[in-house]
Design a protein around this ligand. Structure first.
Ligand SMILES: [Zn+2]
Length: 87
């Protein structure tokens, strides 16, 4: 929220947000990252942002590892190819 907002508008915004939150149906869920129980809504899978980030990081780490393995093999093949040509 911006500092230039007057108190009245902030209160109004706050009120609207709580109404939205009250409308959202929360269901008991288990975090896909830390297995902790939490009240979530929609397709939420994590108890909070840190777990969501950890999950993202893991997904990317897998992709990074796969990419590295692939490029390593390519490099090795190139090196082997050159090595065979060399006297
Ligand atoms: Zn979690």
């Amino acid at each position: 929220m911006q500092l230039c907002y007057t108190y009245g508008i902030v209160t109004l915004e706050h009120e609207r947000i709580s109404i939205i939150l009250r409308r959202v149906k929360l269901t008991p869920r288990v975090c896909a990252m830390c297995a902790q129980q939490f009240a979530g809504w929609g397709r939420q899978r994590f108890c909070g942002k840190p777990c969501q980030r950890k999950w993202d990081y893991q997904q990317h780490a897998d992709t990074r590892r796969a990419n590295r393995r692939e490029s390593y093999r390519q490099h090795k093949e190139e090196r082997d190819g050159r090595g065979a040509e060399a006297p």
